[in-house]
Write a protein that binds this ligand. Sequence first.
Ligand code: GSF
Length: 205
Amino acid sequence: MKLIGSLSSPYVRKVRIVMAEKKLDYQFVPENPWAADSAVSASNPLGKVPCLIMEGGEAVFDSRVIVEYLDTLSPVGKLIPSTGRERAEVKTWEALADGVMDAGVLARLESGGYDGRTESQRSQVWIDRQLSKIDDGIKAMARGLGDKPFCSGVHISLSDVAVGCALGWLEFRFPQIGWRDEHPNLGRLIDKLALRPSFADSKPA
Ligand code: GSF
C-alpha cells in the first residue's frame, strides 16, 4: 500500500497512527496538495490528502474511509468496534475531532495560511465562526472524556486517535488556543498518547 500525504496534515496523521497501531506496512509518498504542481488529483479527483493506493492500484479516500478499511485488515489493535452503539460512539468522536480540524483548516485558509489570501479577501466573521466551532468542539471533547482513561471504552480506540490528531494539530497551528489550561483532562490524555510510538513518530512537521 502507498499513502499519499503531507507531514503536517492532521487527517494524514490519523491514517499514519492507525497504520502504526495496527502494524501495517506501507510506503509514504509525500505530496503537498496546495502546491500548483501537486500530483494528488491524479489519484484523488478532490485533490486532497490522505489518499491510500491499494495493492491493485485503486485509490481510497478520505481519511475516515481509509481508517475504517485499515481496521478490517488485521485483528491487531482493533480501533473501531464492529457493531452497535459502541461503533456509533467511536464514529461520532471521530466526526467531532475531524470537524474541529475542518474548522481549523477553514479558519487558516481564510487567514491566508495556504493560498496567500489577502487582507481584503478575508472575512473575520467567517474566521470567528470557525474559531467558535473549535472552541465548542474542544469543550465537548473535555465533557465527553471527563475523568475516564480514554474517550470511549477502556482501551485506546479511533476516538483517541482522532482527538489526539485534532488537539496535536491545534497546538501546532493555533498555539494561542489555550485548551490545556482550561481542560487539564484533555492535556493528560494527549500526554499519555504522546508516549506511544505511533504518536511520537508522527508529530506534525
Ligand atoms: C479532509 C482532507 C483534507 O482537507 C479527510 O481526508 O478526512 N475530509 C478529508 N486535506 C487537506 C490537507 S490538510 O488541510 O490536512 C487537503 O488535502 N486540502 C487540499 C485542498 O485542495 O482542499
